[in-house]
Design a protein around this ligand. Structure first.
Ligand code: ADP
Ligand code: MG
Length: 477
């Protein structure tokens, strides 16, 4: 329908307002879809700050606060944004990102605490890999932001070496370790570094789960040739959490062939898992041995110094963004001492502390820390096992461990046994029957009797009370 000549400007204005409103609504729905698709973290980092300014001639134009962000979003999320726009019936064939300075200020003044901003290197080069179906990289996971300590120095050195490029010396690089110790961080760091040094290299990072998903999709769509070609055309392949494909036979088969094809071409492969290759159950032997061919390095559980280092670095990053917030002496040391699980939990704790402090506008004291993080602190209390208790108690009373669980009933053995039962009840979550079983298959009533007896003695016999106090402390340390 054509506009009638002489139609008033007001009507035109209203038209425009209506269109804008409609567009904003569409964008609202698209954002929800993207959130479900890419997860909260990616969404808050990359989608939320976008502002859809117009859709014109099939081009959706977004304003973004920085050029780095424009690059990043365009490289990693443009396809997804486009797909979701199309799904929402918005007539778009292309997306564009314009850097708008004023918005940067608006974003900066948002009150909510965010994780410290990324210090990722900006690579302006043409994205050589826009056709690669990899997972987006987290801009914060760089070598610069990785704190090195004894437990991870080997893994870090190996990752650095691989990232430097040059002749492929170990293939694959296999990184393994418990959850939250930095495997994914190191892999992303390698990818960033390779991209900076060699923008023309095709680096593909994805999780084993995504590998499987792609594979199944290719099978379903009868696109196996494309799939094979694609995976064999990369220069660097990174597969995260490879333990995921254990027990999935055809995925393993395909992975094995991809792996071999790339190794034959002397292309670098980097793999991570939560355990050593030989320990992944339901993984074919030929794959296990292939994975062991290169360099296998593990990330050890964190130690105190590493935890403190991580906390100091992250706290410093926060302070740069929120200079008013100060940590009192001893707070970081306290956290490093008490939260021993993994770095992810440490980060979560620090973030909560900061959010809380910024809300109440106070400096961060030890008391506030304890109060604000009570649940995290409780959850990371060291878990003591019945076996450890038995060992400690036998040592303390100089009796044999075998007597602890054996049948002897003389006082010199029975009393320490009761002490161990008492401590097991106090310090573990084991039930009485479970404890009984661990004491040579004794009945739960025997355990109950032992526990009661020690409770009585604790009140009347100062020697026993001292013993309990000392043993408790040793076991908690
Ligand atoms: P994984 O993949 O081993 O489960 P991640 O790499 O996802 O662990 O790490 C969990 C979180 O801890 C990430 O936010 C990561 O940046 C952080 N992290 C882990 N190790 C370190 C480290 N050495 N220095 C800085 N941050 C770290
Ligand atoms: Mg990971």
């Amino acid at each position: 329908m054509k506009c009638q000549p002489g139609r008033s400007a007001v009507v035109n204005e209203n038209d425009k307002l209506g269109r804008t409103r409609k567009m904003k609504n569409t964008w609202g729905r698209v954002k929800q879809g993207l959130l479900d698709d890419i997860g909260q973290n990616n969404y808050s980092n990359w989608i939320e700050p976008l502002d859809l300014t117009k859709i014109e001639n099939g081009v959706a134009v977004f304003s973004v606060p920085t050029s780095f962000m424009a690059n990043w979003v365009s490289r990693n999320f443009a396809d997804k944004i486009l797909a979701h726009l199309k799904a929402a019936n918005a007539p778009t064939s292309r997306v564009e990102f314009q850097v708008v300075a004023t918005q940067a200020q608006a974003v900066a003044t948002q009150a909510a605490i965010q994780e410290p901003s990324y210090t990722a290197p900006v690579s302006q080069s043409a994205p050589a890999q826009s056709d690669l179906p990899g997972a987006p990289l987290d801009a914060r996971f760089t070598f610069e932001n990785f704190v090195v300590g004894k437990p991870n120095e080997l893994a870090h050195a190996a990752a650095r070496r691989v990232a430097e490029g040059g002749p492929v010396t170990f293939n694959p690089l296999f990184l393994y370790g418990g959850v939250g110790l930095g495997k994914t961080h190191l892999m992303h760091a390698i990818a960033h570094e390779i991209q900076i040094r060699n923008p023309e290299l095709r680096v593909l990072y994805l999780s084993a789960e995504q590998f499987m998903y792609r594979f199944v999709q290719a099978l379903r769509d009868k696109q196996m040739i494309d799939f094979k070609q694609l995976f064999r055309s990369v220069d660097v392949l990174m597969v995260d959490d490879v333990q995921f494909i254990a027990g999935k036979e055809s995925t393993q088969e395909e992975f094995f062939h991809t792996f071999n094809a790339l190794v034959d071409q002397n292309k670098q492969i980097i793999i991570s898992a939560d355990r050593a290759p030989g320990e992944i159950k339901d993984l074919e032997d030929r794959i296990k041995s292939r994975l062991q061919c290169g360099l296998v390095v593990d990330l050890h559980p964190t130690d105190y110094e590493l935890r403190l280092g991580v906390l100091q670095t992250k706290a410093e990053n926060y302070r740069q963004q929120y200079p008013d917030l100060v940590f009192n002496n001893g707070v970081l040391e306290f956290l490093a001492h008490r939260i021993t699980t993994n770095v992810r939990v440490l980060e979560g704790a620090l973030m909560r502390l900061f959010a809380f402090a910024s809300l109440v506008g106070r400096e961060i004291t030890l008391e506030m820390t304890q109060e604000c993080l009570a649940d995290i602190l409780k959850a990371s209390e060291r878990k003591v096992t019945v076996e450890e208790i038995q060992r400690r108690v036998s040592e303390h009373y100089s009796i044999r461990l075998s007597d602890m669980i054996g049948p002897k009933r003389v006082r010199a053995i029975a009393r320490p046994r009761q002490v161990a039962m008492y401590l097991s009840k106090q310090m573990t979550s084991r039930s009485l029957p479970e404890i009984g079983r661990r004491f040579g298959g004794r009945d739960h009533t025997t355990v109950m009797h032992g526990v009661r007896r020690i409770e009585e003695l604790k009140a009347s016999d100062s020697q026993i009370a001292d013993d309990l106090e000392l043993l408790g402390r040793l076991l908690e340390a």
